[in-house]
Ligand binder design. Structure first.
Ligand code: NDP
Ligand code: CA
Length: 353
């Protein structure tokens, strides 16, 4: 049940990549909270046995370690101590920040609150600094959090920042507005912490690329950010002159698609931004989460790895399983321990011009 790594035309040096000092492999994954997955989500097509911690914990560790990531960004972590212990034996240190009022705590047999976590290889990086944030919406704290770390590559001294977050779930225009506000708060928080250092922002944004928060991140005035999976697809298409048997067909964007951009935003350079956002939307993968609940099937692209393109180059991204690999009952399953797939990206820190 392991996902294979496939080389893209732009990254034949894939396997050596992560051993080079300024090459960084990042894994982004909502691992599915044990408590929520077992008692709250209602995954009606997943066998109960597959949802037990005894079954899931090995699959989660295997999924993470098989890719040998330098940095691991996780959401819905409610077994941090377990991960810290196991990953601790594999050269990783980690930081955990729980949600202030985690829904896990309202379920009888819980293992504590869920939250975000970041792990990094302790022999490759020095932790210079970190900060945590309860994201604010209209200046009021919400129940969503973020962690940001400032790491230095030990062998080169190069510094950069990595942030992880998990935005508010559920559908609806009010909630998509709320996510947009959380996104704004997140960018402000990261910018204040990172200054002009290279930045990676990984997370479960709970928002399709057509939601306002996506345009807010990509069109941000504070930081120039791009989406890794969208950009690697562009590079592959340009290299191969072959549009898309690598990732599944890109999202079709009708000319009248309801791309919700942020209304009250400044108009400076709006045209440029809209082009950038529209192109990126079309190049996102077809799904990052795929599950069946009582009320039906949910297949969405809501997890992202954003980066500052002037300071990083995306070298490669892990492909998602095809629908026949996912299986008819979708996820979670005995094969896939979470309802989200992991995103794995190789970056190179660029030299300052
Ligand atoms: P969110 O709305 O952000 O969602 C919490 C979790 O629920 C997420 O991890 C999310 O996963 C998951 N989720 C999303 N859609 C569904 C669905 N259709 N069915 C089941 N689970 C889903 O939560 P908040 O942190 O803002 O907390 C609010 C929630 O906490 C409430 O919805 C409530 O259930 C619970 N709560 C309960 C209280 C009580 O007294 N019982 C009191 C306070 C809170 P993903 O991000 O992967 O989609
Ligand atoms: Ca979830």
């Amino acid at each position: 049940g392991l996902r294979s790594l496939k080389l893209s035309a732009v990254a034949k040096d894939y396997n050596v990549a992560s051993t080079l000092p300024n090459h960084i492999r990042v894994l982004q994954w909502n691992i599915l909270s044990q408590t929520l997955g077992q008692s709250n989500d209602g995954f009606v097509r997943c066998p109960e046995e597959a949802l037990t911690w005894e079954n899931r914990k090995f699959l989660i560790v295997q999924e993470i370690l098989q890719f040998n990531p330098d940095i691991i960004c996780l959401q819905e972590v409610d077994h941090f101590k377990f991960l810290q212990t196991i990953l601790g034996t594999q050269n990783y240190d980690g930081i955990f920040f729980p949600k202030p009022d985690s829904p896990c705590l309202y379920i009888e047999e819980n293992n504590g609150p869920d939250g975000c976590a970041i792990f990094y290889k302790r022999d490759k990086f020095e932790l210079k600094n970190f900060d945590t944030r309860i994201l604010e919406v209209w200046r009021v704290q919400s129940n969503q959090v973020a962690i940001v770390v400032n790491l230095a590559v030990k062998s080169s001294g190069k510094e950069f920042c990595v942030c992880t977050t998990h935005l508010k779930a559920r559908h609806g225009s009010l909630l998509s507005k709320l996510r947009n506000e959380q996104g704004r708060d997140l960018l402000q928080f990261v910018k204040q912490f990172a200054g002009d250092l290279p930045v990676l922002i990984c997370g479960d944004f709970n928002a399709e690329p057509t939601e306002p928060v996506y345009a807010t991140v990509l069109g941000g005035k504070l930081m120039n950010l791009s989406s890794a999976y969208a950009d690697i697809k562009t590079e592959r298409d340009e290299c191969n002159n072959d549009s898309g048997n690598e990732l599944k067909a890109s999202k079709e964007l009708d000319s009248d698609a309801d791309v919700q951009t942020t209304e009250e935003d400044e108009t400076d350079g709006e045209q440029v931004c809209d082009d950038k956002v529209l192109k990126s939307i079309q190049r996102e993968p077809p799904y990052t989460t795929w599950k069946i609940r009582e009320d039906g099937e949910e297949c969405h692209t809501i997890d992202y790895v954003f980066y500052t393109p002037e300071q990083f180059k995306v070298r490669n991204c892990l492909e998602f399983p095809r629908d026949d690999e996912v299986g008819k009952n979708r996820t979670p399953s005995f094969q896939y321990p979470s309802d989200h797939f992991s995103l794995v990206c190789d970056f190179e820190i660029l030299d300052k011009k």
